[in-house]
Design a protein around this ligand. Structure first.
Ligand code: ZN
Length: 70
């Protein structure tokens, strides 16, 4: 039996999540970063770093700036 992918530790009967936990995880991620626009920014800058369009130093600076807005 698989464990729910939201991190709650509960076993799932089928699928990756218990009912409603996928949405719960989305909401938690959004709240951790400080809202959907900031989550979007975080994904954007990490994507740019992964594609070699940004230095690690610039990524660190931007990630700090994103979390300071929260
Ligand atoms: Zn869960």
């Amino acid at each position: 039996m698989a464990e729910c992918a939201c991190g709650c530790g509960e076993p799932t009967k089928k699928g990756k999540y218990l009912q409603g936990h996928e949405q719960k995880l989305r909401k938690q991620l959004e709240e951790k970063v400080g809202g959907l626009p900031l989550l979007s920014s975080l994904v954007k800058v990490t994507g740019m770093y992964a594609q070699g369009q940004m230095s690690l130093e610039d990524l660190g600076r931007l990630v700090n700036r994103i979390y300071q807005k929260a």
